[in-house]
Design a protein around this ligand. Structure first.
Ligand code: NAD
Length: 255
């Protein structure tokens, strides 16, 4: 990453190489942030970095498996070593694990879901907050991408719902504990979003018909529509919003 000018804020975006995270990477870059993409998909990360740089943005990519605390810590230590502070953390790295009844749910798949969706989010929040403390930060914003499954449940999705409910709880706790530093933390709850995560699901007409039947706006959302909410929550326009869960679901939860 190019050295930041003193006014340029840094947004760290986990899962920033695809889908909602990629839309956030582009949006924050366009809004004048330096952007650090963290992702386990090296190829996509490098490709998106190249594209952001060729558009003239200040961006960087760090390969990282978010489930490895030492890798996450090393990235934030690298920022500290360069005397950098991050003002925004967006946690998008996540998976949609296998569906199955709980009594036969593969134990390894359960651990994978919790490791990526919850532990990874915890590691990134922990290191972001540690860096903020080192820098005596007086503001900051964390946006954790949960899901509508962060506040409700659906058939055969126990591991996903458990991980996303926990992300909402983690977010509320951070909001309590770091409000005195004006560090805000909010969770967003996307409904059905057109991203690579849903490529297969969206090919299934029966599933889509069922899903659309439950969405008052009768369509899925683009990842940019989720990034709009995330950018708003990071901005000073949302200066009094913390500890909240914000659905972006076309009315799904209200129906
Ligand atoms: N797409 C939806 O409909 C939807 C709905 C609700 C919530 N979400 C949540 O939004 C977030 C982003 O999902 P998306 O739809 O953009 O999916 P996506 O698959 O397009 O992007 C997810 C990104 O996370 C990265 N990632 C996965 N495991 C990782 C790991 N161990 N370490 C680092 N990076 C890792 C992937 O490489 C990918 O770039 C996820 O947390 C997902 O649960 C998505």
């Amino acid at each position: 990453m190019d050295s930041q000018n003193t006014d340029q804020k840094l947004a760290v975006i986990t899962g920033g190489a695809s889908g909602i995270g990629l839309s956030c990477s582009k949006r924050f870059a366009k809004e004048g942030y330096a952007v650090l993409i963290i992702d386990a998909n090296k190829e996509a990360g490098e490709q998106e970095l190249k594209s952001l740089k060729s558009d003239g943005y200040n961006a960087d990519f760090a390969y990282c498996d978010i489930t490895k605390h030492e890798q996450v810590a090393a990235i934030f230590q690298g920022l500290a070593d360069q005397n950098k502070c991050a003002q925004v953390l967006v946690n998008c790295a996540g998976i949609s694990p296998a569906l199955n009844a709980l009594h036969e749910y593969p134990v390894e798949e359960w651990h994978r879901a919790i490791d990526i969706n919850l532990h990874g989010t915890f590691y990134a929040c922990r290191e972001f907050l540690g860096l903020a403390m080192k820098n005596n930060a007086s503001d900051g914003s964390i946006i954790n991408v949960a899901s509508i499954m962060g506040v409700r449940a659906s058939a055969a999705q126990a591991s996903y719902a458990a991980s996303k409910h926990a992300v909402v709880g983690l977010t509320k706790s951070i909001a309590q504990d770091y409000a005195h530093l004006n560090i805000r933390a909010n969770a967003v709850g996307p409904g059905v979003i057109d991203t690579p995560m849903n490529t297969e699901l969206m090919k299934d007409e029966n599933v889509m018909q069922y899903m659309l039947g439950r969405i008052p706006l009768k369509r899925v959302a683009s990842s940019d529509e989720v990034a709009n909410l995330i950018y708003f929550l990071a901005s000073s326009e949302a200066s009094y919003i913390t500890g909240s869960y914000h659905p972006v679901d076309g009315g799904y939860l209200a129906s």
